[in-house]
Design a protein around this ligand. Sequence first.
Ligand SMILES: N[C@@H](CCC(=O)N[C@@H](CS)C(=O)NCC(=O)O)C(=O)O
Length: 218
Amino acid sequence: MEDDPGSAGFISRRHLFSGMIMDIVLYYSPTSNCSLRVKWVFDYKGIDYKLVDVSAVDSDHVFFSLSPYGYVPIVTVDDEVLSESMAIADFAEDSFGEPILFPGNSLNRARIREVCEFVNSTIHPAQNSSILRFLNPGLSDAERVELRINWINHCLDRLKPRLWKVSQFAVGTNFSLADIFLFEICVKLVSLGGELSNDYAQYRGFIESSGFRTGSKR
Ligand SMILES: N[C@@H](CCC(=O)N[C@@H](CS)C(=O)NCC(=O)O)C(=O)O
């Protein structure tokens, strides 16, 4: 591990894997639940990486010099740039060993992905503030927040029958990527001023007390 003296607040690290050294950097924002998914994945799997808070730097420059999409998370692996939290989690799962993010048989793994995709592809985009601003430029900030809260709650309600069937974890009997995606969207709802229904509040408490977030350095 080596510190990068030119970058205040950065911890520069390298990761040794299969005889290869990879420099991994996560560009994130502490208020971005997609970024926090990736941070949790890296911490959970014990991956060494450098963390760059884009809210503390010129974020537009960082975004668009690295990725055409204009959002975080962005991960660089040596000279390669990755976007999309799901793709980054796949990369982490494929490249690093235990603990695994997709435990169980193929059906269980598909269910884990189903929950992640529902959060990532259905819940998240429609409540993303820049997408809402683009599609509904006339909305006030307060109206946007209300819409976001209502949408997340509506979707969480729809998702409920798929969850907690055989344990308190989202899917199956073990902690998985589904818990990371689900927990972070619950946190987003609360940070917007929304209220979790009882079962999601209990779930949030369970994950917080389960120790699966201990690696999460926030
Ligand atoms: N599907 C993408 C979504 C990325 C995304 O929407 N990031 C948000 C934060 S959670 C962002 O950077 N928003 C700023 C913007 O859209 O301008 C992923 O999972 O990585």
